[in-house]
Ligand binder design. Structure first.
Ligand SMILES: NC(=O)c1ccc[n+]([C@@H]2O[C@H](COP(=O)([O-])OP(=O)(O)OC[C@H]3O[C@@H](n4cnc5c(N)ncnc54)[C@H](OP(=O)(O)O)[C@@H]3O)[C@@H](O)[C@H]2O)c1
Length: 230
């Protein structure tokens, strides 16, 4: 494992898919550098998984916070081998005309601007090294639509376009892919599916398939919309 040990950067590790991926990558011997907004969760993760793993309180929607995080991470570690833009928000179920300007902005600020902030501050180091994989979390709702989730759909369709365009800008050796993770029983799914969420896999069950799948993404996959098999 030592020679295959990778530096994995994950946004949104406090709960859900981000946390399950962090735990599974670390179990396999990789180093995880994660962030989330919750101070309590980041402190608890750092105690559970000490250095070289690192967990920082960062709001990805805040470009200055992401810049400071990148500065800290890139001094202590090499550029990420795998950058997982996982953090996202979903709007409360409602038709578009009932979504306030504040709520629409919050979804866009995290799901599109947050992803771009992370790319802005980490990808130059990956380009300088000449290798690395960027995975931007999309959704089934980045390729289809549904009522009551228009702001979320708009951002995930945006992620598909943003990522495929980014893929055309990257030099050889790097790849960017949009990823549909499938349907998993997390707080986000409970917000839109309510009781129906419990019939889907837990994040820990999902991570057993998703993490090996993520580790196999290669530069040759650049620009390819991907889906975690289930
Ligand atoms: N669950 C599914 O079935 C499903 C399906 C399709 C796509 N996805 C996608 O998969 C990804 C993970 O979803 P999930 O279901 O695990 O969601 P979740 O349970 O709601 O977790 C979201 C994570 O993102 C973090 N986060 C939110 N805003 C943030 C910000 N501004 N800065 C930093 N971290 C932030 C949250 O932590 P804090 O609140 O502590 O910041 C949390 O750790 C998302 O991109 C989602 O769109 C999920």
């Amino acid at each position: 494992m030592a020679s295959n040990k990778k530096n994995i950067l994950i946004t949104g590790v406090s709960r859900g898919l981000g946390r399950a991926m962090a735990e599974e990558f670390i179990r396999l011997g990789h180093t995880v550098l994660g962030c989330g907004r919750s101070e309590k969760e980041m402190r608890q993760l750092q105690q559970q998984f000490p250095a070289p793993n690192g967990f920082s309180v960062v709001d990805v929607a805040d470009d200055d916070q992401v810049a400071a995080w990148a500065g800290k991470v890139l001094v202590a570690h090499t550029a990420p081998d795998l950058l997982l833009n996982n953090a996202a928000l979903i709007n409360r179920n409602a038709p578009l005309w009932k979504i306030s300007a504040e709520e629409f902005s919050a979804v866009v600020d995290v799901n599109l601007k947050g992803v771009t902030n992370v790319i802005r501050h980490f990808v130059p180091a990956m380009i300088a090294r000449g290798s690395g994989i960027i995975v931007n979390f999309s959704s089934g709702w980045g390729r289809s639509t549904d009522a009551n989730v228009a702001p979320y759909c708009a951002t995930k369709w945006g992620i598909e376009g943003l990522t495929r365009s980014l893929a055309q800008e990257l030099p050889p050796g790097l790849a960017a892919v949009p990823l549909n993770p499938g349907i998993i029983n997390t707080a986000m799914l409970q917000s839109c599916f309510a009781g129906g969420a419990s019939s889907f896999p837990t994040p820990a069950e999902w991570a057993k398939t998703a993490v090996p799948f993520l580790l196999k993404i290669k530069a040759a996959n650049n620009g390819e919309p991907m889906t975690v098999p289930h």
